[in-house]
Design a protein. Structure first.
Length: 507
């Protein structure tokens, strides 16, 4: 029989400055963890050159972190139940700081990869724990606002990552992309210890599900490596990728069977018995996949086709955070008095409309035409992120909140990984198809032109390549718009919340 440790009494609620600092410490902790998913992407050439390895080897700096984090996120529910949400959060954030420091001090690729793995393992629980503690720390009437603050870190951090990574690597060196975590984590740790520690959750002593844990590591690790390395290895033309696919599929099937029949599962899959939770997670994952596809494709398009530097490509995409931050309080305030399904539908359809604005992009467009959809997109993002998060966490029992948050973050992160691999692969394939179509329409330069035949061929090839990539980019955004439309329709499969989404049960 499991031994449940009861906490003596609910702590006194925080107010004013204390509440603000507690919420900010939790939100910033989540921000810095999500930031580290993308901050190293543009720094790989700097890292590879500094450590005397090839760029393909340097990409393991990204993969190792992503795999470790993906494995640890779904474990957060079990960790919170076993040790307490606050203890897990504080241990994870301190570990994240330690391994960030060690990453920055690394002098070999092997050491950097090992420390990145431990940094990912430490960062994994921070996302769901910060989300869970946000709901626990804030009073009922301010919980939607708390989730708004938390959700905006998920939105803004992946966009700012490449901007920070490129600027810091160019100006200070790649080591500082890890060192900048330290003052942020110090702030989070100090104020979490001071104001959040009293909101510890009850713990339950139960045996460790070693088999479930091993199966989780195997299938999630195989799938994440497959998604990260598939494009570089020509996907299923590679025996290595095929082997990873088999391991992932078989491991996932075995994991489901084991966890659904295990008395003390390491991952509580019972949260999916709630229709509201399941629908919210599916809608969030589909829409996030479409949203993240744009985050991945737009900078690539701007740099490879329009001659933007990595930093200026980041500036063009960063406008998405302006309206998102401004509208977050408005969206949060509307959650309690409106059918959250309507608000989610509005947010998702607005994102779809912004995708449609990008389907007529041309290679001669100016900065304004690129940044305008990014800016306007921010209007709908809080309604989507806050709405789906509120619907998901408001649909489960109080004791399932940590598990529900962990699984929601895990599925959304996995959707982002799928979107990255699928969008870039389809983008490249569509560009090749459009290149072949356009090449058949091009006529050689007439005699008497100022350039030679070879120069003419080079000019025409460059022109065809530019236009084919532009058309491929437009096609990707047509697909994103369709995915947003599907997500908006699916949200109505969730049962109607009675009086808005009530998260007070999470206390």
């Amino acid at each position: 029989m499991a031994d449940t440790l009861k906490l003596s009494a609910e702590p006194a609620p925080l107010k004013g400055r204390q509440l603000a600092l507690a919420g900010l410490s939790l939100a910033l902790a989540n921000f810095v963890v999500v930031l580290d998913i993308t901050i190293a992407n543009v720094s790989v050439p700097h890292i590879a050159g500094s450590l005397a390895v090839s760029p393909s080897q340097g990409t393991w700096v990204i993969t190792s972190y992503a795999v470790a984090e993906a494995i640890c996120v779904p474990l957060s529910g079990w960790l919170a139940a076993r040790f307490g949400a606050v203890r897990v959060f504080l241990t994870a954030i301190i570990g994240f700081a330690l391994f960030s420091l060690l990453c920055g001090l690394s002098r070999s690729l092997e050491a950097l990869i090992v420390f990145r793995i431990f940094q990912g393992l430490s960062g994994g629980p921070i996302m769901p724990m910060s989300q869970t503690l946000m709901v626990r720390v804030f009073p009922k009437e301010k919980q939607a606002m708390a989730l708004a603050l938390w959700a905006m870190t998920v939105v803004v951090a992946p966009i700012l990552g490449p901007i920070f990574g490129g600027s810091i690597s160019d100006s200070w060196g790649w080591h500082w992309i890890f060192f900048i975590n330290l003052p942020v984590v110090a702030f989070c740790t100090v104020f979490a210890l001071r104001y959040v520690r009293r909101f510890e959750t009850p713990t339950v002593r139960k045996p460790i599900d070693y088999v479930g844990l091993a199966l989780l590591i195997v299938w999630v690790g195989a799938l994440q490596i497959l998604l990260d390395e598939g494009r570089n290895s020509d996907w299923f033309a590679s025996p290595f990728i095929c082997a990873l696919a088999v391991i992932a599929v078989v491991g996932f099937a075995a994991f489901l069977i084991w966890e659904l029949t295990e008395r003390n599962p390491v991952v509580d899959l019972s949260v999916f018995a709630s229709r509201g939770y399941t629908v919210a997670v599916v809608v969030q994952s589909l829409a996030y996949a479409a949203f993240f596809s744009g985050i991945v494709v737009i900078p690539l398009f701007l740099q490879t086709n329009l001659g933007y530097t990595a930093t200026y490509a980041g500036y063009a995409t960063a406008f998405v955070g302006v309206l998102a931050v401004l509208m977050a309080p408005v969206a949060a305030g509307m959650m309690a008095s409106n059918d959250v399904r309507r608000l989610i539908t509005f947010g998702v359809l607005w994102l779809g409309a912004m995708s449609l604005l990008r389907t007529d992009w041309v290679s001669q467009m100016d900065f304004f035409k690129i940044s305008l959809p990014q800016f306007l997109q921010g209007l709908g993002m809080p309604f989507f992120f806050i709405g789906t998060t509120s619907l998901a966490l408001g649909s489960v029992r109080p004791d399932q909140t940590a598990s529900a948050a962990g699984l929601q973050n895990f599925v959304r992160t996995l959707a982002g990984a799928f979107a990255t691999s699928l969008a870039t692969t389809l983008w490249e394939q569509e560009a090749k198809i459009e290149h072949e179509n356009l090449a058949g329409l091009v006529h050689p330069l007439p005699p008497g032109t100022a350039m030679s035949a070879e120069q003419g061929r080079m000019v025409l090839e460059r022109l065809v390549q530019t236009e084919s990539v532009t058309l491929a980019t437009n096609t990707i955004f047509w697909g994103c718009a369709a995915l947003f439309a599907v997500a908006a329709a699916l949200v109505w499969l969730a049962p109607r919340p009675r009086d808005g989404v009530d998260l007070s049960a999470a206390h």
